[in-house]
Design a protein around this ligand. Structure first.
Ligand code: ZN
Ligand code: ZN
Length: 137
């Protein structure tokens, strides 16, 4: 699926600059990417771009819910485009992040907990940390 990055940004009241679009494109290609990795790619197209600018743009796009931060325990966070709610399988060895869809049970758990605790749930993220099948060998 081809995402229209420009309208994604405009929908969130952000100017669709070429820098932001190339950041989004890079994240979209990789699925989940750290700021350093994003910078390494984007700087190939915009050699004058500083790491601080990339950082600022990413943080702004997280605030505007265009991007979502995925914390990697003890390592640098990765970022992904906003998607339907899903579960992350995060390998603590190779740092690969895989998306897995929610199922009916996940929804039930969230609904039950927020009702029981009278908690107005706005967003949630499930991150499972472990060792992926490749690293188990
Ligand atoms: Zn792994
Ligand atoms: Zn994800």
């Amino acid at each position: 699926m081809m995402i229209d990055y420009a309208s994604l940004l405009k929908k969130s009241d952000l100017k669709a600059t070429f820098q932001r679009i190339s950041i989004l494109k890079d994240i979209d290609t990789k699925g989940h990417s750290s700021i350093d990795d994003i910078y390494d790619e984007v700087v190939k197209v915009y050699p004058s771009l500083s790491l601080a600018t990339v950082y600022k743009n990413i943080i702004l796009m997280v605030e505007k819910s265009v991007l979502v931060e995925v914390p990697i325990v003890g390592k640098k966070s990765k970022y992904e485009l906003i998607k339907d709610d899903h579960i992350h399988l995060i390998c603590t060895q190779c740092e690969e992040v895989e998306d897995r869809p929610y199922n009916r049970n996940t929804d039930t758990i969230f609904n039950t907990i927020s009702q029981e605790q009278n908690f107005q749930l706005e967003k949630q993220q499930i991150n499972l940390y472990g060792i992926c099948s490749v690293c188990q060998v």
